[in-house]
Design a protein around this ligand. Sequence first.
Ligand SMILES: *Cc1c(COP(=O)(O)O)cnc(C)c1O
Length: 382
Amino acid sequence: MTQHIKLFTPGPGDVDDDVLDALSLPVMRHYGPDWMPVHVEMDELLHRLFQTKNDMYVVPGPASAVLDMAIGSVVAPGKKIIIGTNGFFGDRLVEISQAHRLEIIPFKAAWGKPLDPNLLESLIKENPDTVAFAMVHHETSTTVLNPLKDLMAVARKAGLVTIVDTVSSLAGVDIPVDDWGIDICVCGANKCIEAAPGIGFISVSPHAWTVIDSHDAPGCWYLDLKLWRHYIQEWGAWHPSPVTLPTNVILAARTAIKKIFERGVEAHYARYATASRSMRKGLTNLGFEMLVPEAYASPIATAVKARPEFTLDELTKWLMDEHQIAIGGGLGELTGKVIRVGHLGKAAEREYMLQFLFSVEEFLRMKKIPVQPGGGVAGMFE
Ligand SMILES: *Cc1c(COP(=O)(O)O)cnc(C)c1O
């Protein structure tokens, strides 16, 4: 076995051993009487987790594949989509839409700032022929949590199909998909759901289906939502997916989601909130500055600014070499300017947090930077 590296990256996250256990079970058939009870139970668990009555699909692949599926299935080539972009993953939604040859109306905010619902309202007025609005909820590259509820209200009032990347926020913060009017909600398995990577989840509303059924332009075969609906409708009692499923990965996700409900969803959210608060306080005590003010910072990951006494690469390398701790770097225009610390899975646990804050303090001492003794760890008690 390779040496265990503790993941403080904002994806991937370190997951619990009982979730990993599911990966070593014998391979199952992804259809028939062996699989159908798992399919039915997963469907029920996901509807509860997403707080939705909409159709739900489990799709093998990374979360980005499911974002590709959402955009490519809803909007026909040449049609207009408004895309919120205030970071790396918002830019990815633009790239996906470019690949599908859509007409893109960019809806921008500066990296590190949230999207503004008033600006969305005026963009919709200027572009009354827009079909869909896509955005990222938690922009993992900056750790900004965009005002999802308000943005959905504006887009829904105008009748747009809303497509939301909640890859790094669903199960980390409360997202009532139906109440807030999210037509298509996409999530992955290895962020706040804390399961093994390899599958994505997507919910699709009746309003989205109306628009999908109004054109005849699937971007491809595998990632066409109509294909997945066809298998549920025609083969759903026996073989509910068009392809061989990574059954072990799905079993691991089932364990992880059940654990969320056993802990209680509110307690699961609270765990993130507590971890991020401790991390912000501890790192502030150690003289670091946060990239994002508390008012719109996500509880799922924390971005910390570079400081003059050392480079962030130096700190990142030292944490790995000395303590086998992995943290995230800056993406895109934030490369070299921030580090990002995730609170996913084990990283939100006391032992991990203690070791992290203690180790950062040790690094600062090694650099002969004056620090309040125990100040990092003290953040956990504030
Ligand atoms: C991690 C992440 C993705 C990409 O997920 P993959 O599984 O790597 O495709 C997309 N959007 C956000 C907001 C993310 O945090």
